[in-house]
Design a protein around this ligand. Sequence first.
Ligand SMILES: C[S@@+](CC[C@H](N)C(=O)[O-])C[C@H]1O[C@@H](n2cnc3c(N)ncnc32)[C@H](O)[C@@H]1O
Length: 294
Amino acid sequence: MERPCRAPSGIDLSVPSVSRIYDYYLGGSHNFEVDREAGRRAIEAFPDMPKIMQANRAFMRRAVRHAVERGVTRFLDVGSGIPTFGGVHETAQAADPEARVVYVDHDPVAVAHSRTVLKGNDRAGVVAADLRSPEAILRSPEVTRLLTPGRPVALLLVAVLHFVPDEDDPWAAVARLRDALPPGSLLILTHAATEGGPMKPEEGEKVASVYRTIGSPLCTRSRRDVARFFEGFTLVEPGLVPMPTWRPEPREDPDAEPEARGAGEAGAAAEPDRAADPVFTAGFAGVAGVGRKP
Ligand SMILES: C[S@@+](CC[C@H](N)C(=O)[O-])C[C@H]1O[C@@H](n2cnc3c(N)ncnc32)[C@H](O)[C@@H]1O
């Protein structure tokens, strides 16, 4: 296989990666043919996949701005992926140039790309770690350097927990991270949900099989099980809801939403129009919420 020059050394290009498939859905360029092929299979099974990922990213940006507006300017983004297209550091530092961000991912490709993207940004760092090892995250030099002790943190777990199976007890790992946060901290979370979605069971099974074959099975969960990740936190209004209905903002300039032109979709409408689209208002489209530590 030809090795693209931007592929970090030591990366197995014959295996698709979740973060690069996601980048492909968003219309990014940090992906290889093996990822695009897997992404195309998922889109073939469910053509609205890219729209769901765009809604996920749009929620993430709104939640980050919400955090900064409330004075929370320290961000710990676990399962951060490849931070292109209005990633957390861009959104947070546009709202407050002093905002600090620690990205964490277990995928070496996501980590390598994140390091490249963040070169020269001394208020952002990257940790290679697995969320199932919260102590490794909390003790990392980047967390110590960038997250000021005693200052509230926005912990992001966006579109990542559905890659951790029940038997690995993601609730325990999240509880450990939550417990380490000072009062006033926020938990920003999205999760693929099982209830009442637009995806037919056979479509869902085909999408799930794509992720199974790449070794990252999808664990969609009930809203009740997703709500357990917020234990001890107070959900801010409007609670745990379909992604586009969490505090939609007035129509934005489509140029400010670059991934709206992602794979399978050219020039998609911005958020308020999406909120009226049934694909976004239920089920597999996923649920989103922000909780606050009292
Ligand atoms: C769908 S992407 C989401 C990226 C980003 N959070 C967003 O929503 O824009 C999921 C990311 O979670 C990462 N991931 C999956 N399981 C993980 C784990 N156990 N620990 C850390 N990262 C994980 C994947 O490598 C991937 O980059």
